[in-house]
Design a protein around this ligand. Sequence first.
Ligand code: AMP
Length: 550
Amino acid sequence: MSAYPKSPVMGQMMQKPMLISSLIEHADRYFGQSEIVSRRVEGDIHRYNYTECHRRSKKLANALSNFGVNIGDRIATLAWNGYRHLEAYYAVSGSGAVLHTINPRLHPEQITYIVNHAEDQYLMFDITFLPIVKAIAPHCPTVKGFIMMCGREHMPEDSGVPNLLCYEELIDANTDDFVWPLFDENSASSLCYTSGTTGHPKGALYSHRSTILHSYASAMPDGLNVSARDSIVPVVPMFHVNAWGLPYSAPLTGAKLVFPGPHLDGKSLYELFEQEKVTFSAGVPTVWLGLLNYVEQNKLTFSTFRRTVIGGSACPPAMMHTFRHTYHVEVVHAWGMTEMSPLGTACSLLTKHMALSEPEKEAVLTKQGHVLYGVDMKIVGDDGKELPWDGKTYGNLLVKGPWIINSYFKNEGGEALEDGWFPTGDVATIDADGFMQITDRSKDVIKSGGEWIGTIDLENVAVSHPAVMQAACIGIFHPKWDERPLLLVVKKAGAEVTKEELLQFFEGKVAKWWLPDDVAFIDALPLGATGKILKNKLREQFKEHKLPTA
Ligand code: AMP
């Protein structure tokens, strides 16, 4: 595999392929009693440990092997975060097949497209998704069987789904006498399609090696800081870039795992956090909005929750401030992409920051942060020339590293790299200490009179207003400036604020020429399948909007 020259003196260390099965083997052997707790789709709480999880993963691996599943075959899941999904993670990848996690929030037509594109052989799904499976089954000729992740008592009498199998029956019918096969660590392990706001989704095909390296790096103290003393709730779904690697880094460290199932509202999360003594969690800003609202309205505090990773979209400074000051929860602002397994950067302070005032520390922590060892990044202008790390100059962000894609699955979209670097599509600054800050997605930047206006800054200011729940900024056609910012705002329940008051609130907080030209109040922002605001929908919805300055 290696294209590099060999030294005449090679190191004399053991060769052991880095395989995903080694993670669950390790967790079973060294942290066998560490718990895995799941709020099930069925409604109750399920509780077992890594030893039991390993045993059932081997039973599932035997079931797949009896079906004739081969190394490299794709096996899909449509499932919430839960213990059966975790078993599928290990049974499928561990046996050498490829785990294809599908986002159930995609349109059924898109799901059909990716099942066919991936040529999935089996599809495992939670009860909740039976209607989706019914709709897509007739259009997915490669799928030989649909495995419903439940016991016999929950199986439908007459589902209309061909070859419908019961997960628990497969577990019962197979022994745990299974030896994880050894194979090349560069073999494909899992497949995740990008959310694809335009065009068809494209597949990022991870390898065992890339997954293990990503797990090591992400668990480090200035990464996600995962340890055997943690009780972790991955709120980020296991179908969104493998829950940011937590189903791998938790067994690597022996941490307790707590799965929320489909219940991601503030009340359900808070109860789970308290019951299971959760110390650490990870999710997108929209989920934390729900949790913070619930805790605030009910005047609650967290007993054990100490740290949360926020990523997927920019974490508003106001949210970070509330977590840190009101609830004493540390926020790790992280950035990454499906194409990056996903972690690229995480924000932790340096020694020199420790003497700063709280507002100064927060100003640093608001950035997306430092690369994890293994990732390299740079910013370039439209001419491809590298730009300075001065914290002010912004440019297109490019990355490289062993857990970043080389090409999309089946080479979809052609060459994915530019001169060996992956273009992220994000626009960012990097400061002299190497802290990166995202200004915008390049397609969302507002181009006003030849200059760029970053929408994240404007949105951050808007959501720091006490009456604002959510905000999104988009560029609207302007005859003189090409584009000018329109701010779309969802007010907090029962709160009032006028357009004039909001615009006044911006004064002194951003450059004068960045001030939005107009504000529109709306009931809700359209969210995509991974909780991101769909700005293309907003641009479509407001394309006829007439700015007062136009
Ligand atoms: P996805 O592949 O769906 O995870 O989306 C990746 C994209 O989400 C990135 O390219 C960014 O545009 C955005 N993103 C992820 N994390 C952050 C963050 N912390 N701040 C701003 N944007 C983010």
